[in-house]
Design a protein around this ligand. Structure first.
Ligand code: GTS
Length: 228
């Protein structure tokens, strides 16, 4: 199922705020989900500058997200929802078209399993590599680094690429026959791989072909241009 993409409409009253860093792979997951569901016009984005360490300031941690990460969704009543998976769940229940987290028990189980694998085996592994074995967000933010751990996670991410390639050799999407939250998480992983210059191995032909298809989706193409 392919979503139509409508650019942000500033005349529509925002109903949600997303604390965001537009270039970030995790915020991209939520931007893509919003694009798929055509909900961009109900969101205002508020920049939190990761490069300045604004997400690690005591005030942000106390008032927005204990984990000191982005994105964070804030509802009009002040409710705060962090974690991309949780935000995607919220958006899916807010507007069910198209469904990203599954409709049947089987679909929901498979999508959540593959989404978690996409985090553990790819996206989070690349994030650890970035923060521990590269300059990451710079000395202001990266106050503790463990390069050996970072390099292990880089190798784990490459294994993850081979795993997702094996999945995409036998089915069109990460969790089966339909585009889902799990695809978005693998897309986030490959966006991060691009940032850290970790190439997808050439043997991963199915993963490479799938990513080329994903990059043609309007929600993926336009994720950066969505703004407040
Ligand atoms: N488990 C969290 C989620 O799924 O939301 C991870 C969020 C996360 O790591 N976000 C990144 C972050 O805040 C944003 S970005 O790197 O994609 O831009 N990183 C900053 C840091 O210091 O960890």
């Amino acid at each position: 199922m392919t979503a139509s993409f409508t650019p942000f409409d500033p005349t529509v009253r925002p109903m949600m705020t997303i604390y965001d860093f537009p270039q970030g792979p995790y915020p991209a997951r939520v931007r893509i989900a919003l694009g798929e569901k055509n909900l961009q016009s109900r969101v205002r984005f508020e920049l939190v500058d990761l490069l300045k360490g604004e997400h690690k300031q005591p005030d942000f941690i106390a008032s927005k997200n204990y984990s000191g990460t982005l994105p964070v969704l804030e509802l009009d009543d002040g409710t705060l929802i962090a974690e991309c998976t949780a935000i995607s769940e919220y958006l899916d229940w807010l507007d069910g078209n198209p469904v990203l987290t599954g409709t049947t028990p089987r679909e929901r189980g498979l999508i959540h399993m593959m989404n978690k694998r996409a985090e553990l085996e790819l996206l989070d592994a690349i994030s650890v590599y970035f923060h521990h074995a590269t300059p990451g967000l710079g000395p202001l933010v990266e106050v503790y680094q463990n390069a050996e751990w970072g390099l292990r996670q880089r190798d784990k991410a490459v294994r993850g690429m081979h795993y997702f390639d094996s999945i995409l050799r036998v089915q069109p999407f990460v969790a089966g026959e339909a585009f889902s939250m799990a695809d978005i998480t693998v897309i986030g992983g490959l966006i991060f791989a691009g940032i850290v210059k970790l190439p997808v191995p050439a043997q991963c032909e199915a993963l490479i072909a799938w990513y080329a298809r994903m990059c043609e989706r309007p929600s993926v193409k336009h994720r950066i241009t969505m703004s407040a």
